[in-house]
Design a binder for this molecule. Structure first.
Ligand code: UD1
Ligand code: MG
Length: 430
C-alpha cells in the first residue's frame, strides 16, 4: 500500500554553527537532504519537504535537482519545533512517513519496513551505547510509553539507551487528531512531534517500535556528527565499488563522492580523492591524486596528479605534479610537473617536464591545441591561443606564441654563452 513521505527541513540547525542551512551540509559531495530525498522518492510518489529557515536557498537547490516534490512552509513563528512543522501538511495517502531532514544515511529498503508493520504509529528506535543528542524512548511493561527529549529528561531518563530514530509512520487520522493538541510546555518552548506518542498511548492506540541501526538513521546535529556520518557513507560507497571489482589500496585513506562511477577494472592507490561526477574506466590512479568531475579511460594517473573539472583523459599517462584542467587528452604522455589547461592534445604526443599552457591573460582563457605525434621539450611555455600541428618538435625551454605548422621544429632559446675560467676568477681561486 502506498504512503506519503514528509521530510522536516525547517529547523535552524543552530548546533551546526554555520551560515549554511543544516540540511545543505554535504555528505560525500551532496547535501544531506539530497541523500534523503533520493531514497524517499524510491518509496513514495507523494513526498513533501517542510521549509522555513533559509527556505529560498534550500528551495533553489531542491528545484534544480528534483522534480515531483511538494513544498510547504512552517508557521515557525507561532509553532516552532517538529510538531509545528507538520501542522499544515496535506498527505495524499492514508499513511504518512515522517523523516527528519538531518538523516543522510537512510536507505529505501529500511524505509519500506515501516509500512510492513500494522499499527497506528510505527516508530524507529535505536539501541545505542552513547544516547547523547537523541530523545529517549521510555518503555512501560515492554511497550512504548512516551518519548522524552534530552533537554527535558531526568537524570534517570538520560541513562536510557533506547532512543528515538526520528522516523515515524503515522496513520493520517492520528496526525490530524493529535498535532493540534501538542503543547510547547517544555525546556525548548517548542512543539514536539514526539509528544504525540504519549498522547496516543493514553488513548489506547497501537504504537510499535521498529528497531533500526544508527548506521542507517544517524541524526546529524553538529559538525562532529557530520564527520561521523561521512565516514559511514564513505565505507558504504567504497564497499560498493570494491564489490564491483575496483582494487583499493588502503581504502580508509581514499575519499570517493557519491556521484563518481567506475567501470571495467580500476585500481586506486592510497590517499586519492574523487570529487563530483567522475567516470573512471579501466585505469590506475596512483597515490595522492585528486580527480574532479572528469572522465578517464585506460590511463594511469599520478602519483600526486590533479585532474580538475571537465577533463577527458583517454589512453594516456599523467605523472607526478601534473595538473590538468578542462582538457582533452588522447594517447598522451605527460610524465612530470606540468599545467595543461583548456587544451586538446592528440595521440602519440609527449609533453616534457615543466610544460605550461599559459591559458589566461588576466582577462580571458584561451585554448591550446596540439596535434598527433608532437614532441614538446621540457620547460616549454605554450602561450594560448596557440595551435601546434601534427609531427612537430618544440625545443626545450621555448616560448611558443605562434602557431607551428606540421612537420617543423620550433625553438626559441637565448644563445648560451660560456666564459672560460670565470669560476676561478669569481671565487679568487687559481
Ligand atoms: C529529534 C527528535 C528526537 C530524536 C532525533 C533523532 C523531536 C522533538 N526530537 O531531535 O527525539 O531522537 O530527532 O535524530 O522531534 N525541524 C523543522 N522545524 C522545526 C524544528 C526542526 O522542520 O521547527 C526539522 C529540522 O530541520 C530537522 C528535523 O526537524 O531536520 C529534526 O530537528 P532537530 O532539531 O535536528 O531535532 P533533534 O534535536 O535532533
Ligand atoms: Mg537532529
Amino acid at each position: 500500500m502506498s504512503f506519503s513521505v514528509v521530510v522536516l527541513a525547517a529547523g535552524e540547525g543552530s548546533r551546526m554553527k554555520s551560515s549554511t542551512p543544516k540540511v545543505l551540509h554535504q555528505i560525500s559531495g551532496k547535501p544531506m537532504i539530497w541523500h534523503i530525498l533520493k531514497e524517499a522518492l524510491k518509496v513514495s510518489d507523494d513526498v513533501t519537504v517542510v521549509l522555513y529557515h533559509q527556505a529560498e536557498r534550500i528551495l533553489e537547490f531542491l528545484k534544480s535537482e528534483f522534480e515531483n516534490l511538494n513544498f510547504i512552509f512552517q508557521d515557525h513563528q507561532n509553532y516552532p519545533g517538529t510538531g509545528g512543522a507538520v501542522r499544515d501538511i496535506a498527505p495524499k495517502y492514508e499513511k504518512v512517513l515522517i523523516l527528519n531532514g538531518d538523516m543522510p544515511l537512510v536507505r529505501a529498503e529500511e524505509l519500506k519496513k515501516f509500512n510492513e508493520i500494522e499499527a497506528d504509529i510505527v516508530l524507529a528506535v535505536i539501541e545505542i551505547d552513547d544516547p547523547n543528542g537523541y530523545g529517549r524512548v521510555i518503555l512501560k511493561e515492554g511497550e512504548v510509553e512516551r518519548i522524552v527529549e534530552e533537554k527535558d529528561a531526568s537524570a534517570e531518563e538520560l541513562k536510557v539507551k533506547l532512543v528515538n530514530g526520528g522516523v515515524y509512520l503515522f496513520k493520517k487520522e492520528v496526525l490530524e487528531k493529535f498535532v493540534p493538541l501538542l503543547s510547547n510546555q517544555n525546556a525548548q518552548k517548542e512543539y514536539y512531534l514526539t509528544d504525540i506518542i504519549a498522547l496516543a498511548k493514553q488513548e489506547g492506540l497501537t504504537i510499535k517500535p521498529l528497531l533500526v541501526k544508527e548506521e542507517d538513521f544517524k541524526g546529524v546535529n553538529s559538525k562532529s556528527d557530520l564527520a561521523k556520518a561521512e565516514e559511514i557513507m564513505q565505507t558504504r560507497i567504497k564497499e560498493r565499488w570494491m564489490k564491483e571489482g575496483v582494487i583499493m589500496r588502503l581504502p580508509s585513506t581514499i575519499y570517493i563522492d557519491i556521484q563518481t562511477q567506475f567501470f571495467g577494472e580500476c585500481e586506486i592507490e592510497s590517499g586519492c580523492v574523487f570529487k563530483g561526477k567522475n567516470r573512471i574506466t579501466s585505469s590506475l590512479i596512483r597515490s595522492q591524486s585528486v580527480i574532479e568531475e572528469s572522465e578517464i579511460q585506460n590511463s594511469s594517473i599520478g602519483p600526486l596528479a590533479h585532474i580538475r573539472p571537465n577533463s577527458k583523459i583517454f589512453n594516456s599517462h599523467i605523472g607526478n605534479f601534473v595538473e590538468v584542467k578542462k582538457s582533452s587528452l588522447r594517447g598522451v604522455k605527460a610524465g612530470h610537473l606540468s599545467y595543461l589547461g583548456d587544451s586538446e592534445i592528440d595521440e602519440g604526443t609527449n609533453i616534457g617536464a615543466g610544460t605550461i599552457t599559459c591559458n589566461y591573460d588576466g582577462k580571458r582563457k584561451y585554448k591550446t591545441i596540439i596535434g598527433k605525434d608532437v614532441f614538446i621539450g621540457s620547460d616549454t611555455k605554450l602561450v594560448a591561443p596557440v595551435k601546434i600541428e601534427d609531427e612537430v618538435i618544440i625545443g626545450a625551454g621555448s616560448v611558443v606564441n605562434k602557431d607551428v605548422p606540421k612537420g617543423s621544429l620550433a625553438i626559441s632559446r637565448p644563445v648560451l654563452k660560456t666564459i672560460s675560467n670565470f669560476y676561478y676568477k669569481f671565487f679568487g681561486k687559481e
